[in-house]
Design a protein around this ligand. Structure first.
Ligand code: FA5
Length: 343
């Protein structure tokens, strides 16, 4: 038995030395010292058949062999760990002489969003709340509630996308669709704006898109006059385009206001001389506005004998064109990255 132990030891030590990887080491450890069928474990089971004297000497030898094998296994384990970890470090080496990697492209706000956020801040500073409304809208809120009954010729002013087989639903043609929704929900007094997308079935040109943004505003309170309206609209124009900006109000019919006006500012492109963008007038129309019609207040459950108000609707996309000197509105929704990356 002593010879078998010596043989096992010398073979084991030789194999341990030759091992190259962790997996081989674990296998060998199990093969030699495994509790169930390890070679040394099996040999040691034979101790029980020996005399007491032999048990003592052979048992001692067996323990020494086991200890030596365990020590060699530990040395090898350490050796392999050092080899592996230095390999990892080598792989991680940084070559500081390499040129920098190209930086990741980072997204940014669309010019529409930049102007919208700027105006939201401006209106919030004047005590307005910011509201939202559905783009797919009922005929009632888009037209009837704002004093445009069915078959009224005023509907022709806004070429409308109707929904197939659902003629009482439309893609909203203006953000005025949120006026009565807001009145019904919040009552008077009320100061709110609604920035959002609108849709019109019209042939596009340098100033007209089928999908564009408006920014609606409503103020309802006691003793509100046209002077308040003019003050707010001029403040917006000057905030956007500087204190020298001129605003021109001219009478215009909108069924939901009385009186109604359209508002123009000096054309950015020609400075007022006349060009293709301003249709050679020198002015660019950027909003419609007026004193809210009593019928609209009534739809919003507001007593028009106690409260008055004004409403306005900016063409937000046109404000963007003016701010950034964009001479064709169609660039804005084109998805052309060469254009968008300039902002
Ligand atoms: C309206 O839409 C009214 N709802 C505005 C309003 C609100 C009037 C409250 C009174 C009280 P209008 O159709 O004029 O009005 O459009 C308002 C602005 O939206 C225009 O001045 C213009 O700047 C912009 N706009 C209208 N149609 C288009 C279009 N197809 N493309 C880009 N901008 C447009």
């Amino acid at each position: 038995m002593k010879d078998k132990l010596q043989k096992l030891k010398s073979e084991a030590l030789a194999v341990i030395k030759a091992i190259k990887d962790d997996a081989g080491l674990v296998d060998l450890e199990n093969r030699l010292l495994g509790r169930k069928a390890g070679e040394l474990t099996e040999l040691m089971k034979g101790l029980k058949d020996l005399s007491d004297e032999e048990k003592r000497t052979v048992g001692q030898l067996a323990n020494e062999v086991k200890k030596e094998i365990e020590e060699e296994l530990a040395v090898k384990k350490n050796e392999l760990w050092e080899k592996n970890s230095s390999g990892e470090l080598e792989k991680e080496t940084v070559d500081i002489s390499q040129p920098a990697l190209p930086s990741q492209e980072c997204g940014h706000f669309h010019p529409n969003s930049i102007v919208q956020k700027d105006l939201e801040d401006f209106f919030v500073s004047m005590g307005f709340k910011i509201l939202d409304g559905p783009e797919l809208e009922s005929d009632y809120y888009n037209f009837a509630a704002v004093n445009i009954p069915a078959d009224h010729p005023a509907r022709d002013m806004q070429d409308t996308f109707y929904i197939k087989d659902h003629s009482d639903w439309v893609m909203r043609t203006h953000t005025s669709s949120v006026q009565v929704r807001a009145m019904q929900k919040y009552g008077a007094p009320l100061r709110m704006i609604v920035p959002g997308k609108c849709f019109r079935n019209e042939s596009t040109d340098a100033r007209h898109e089928h999908t564009f943004y408006q920014l609606e505003g409503v103020v309802v309170d006691k003793n509100i006059t046209l002077a308040h309206m003019k003050g707010v609209l001029e403040a917006v124009a000057k905030h956007l385009y500087g204190s020298e900006t001129k605003v021109r109000l001219r009478p215009k019919f909108y069924p939901f206001v009385e009186p109604g006006v359209n508002g123009e500012v000096t054309c950015f492109l020609c400075g007022g001389k006349g060009c293709r963008v301003c249709k050679y007038t020198g002015w660019m129309e950027i909003f419609g506005a007026g004193m809210i019609h009593p019928n609209v207040l009534k739809e919003g459950n507001i007593d028009s004998m106690k409260y008055q108000g004004f409403a306005f609707g900016f063409g937000l996309t046109r404000l963007v064109m003016l701010k950034y000197n964009i001479d064709d509105i169609r660039f804005l929704e084109s998805g052309d990255l060469r254009f968008i990356k300039q902002f």
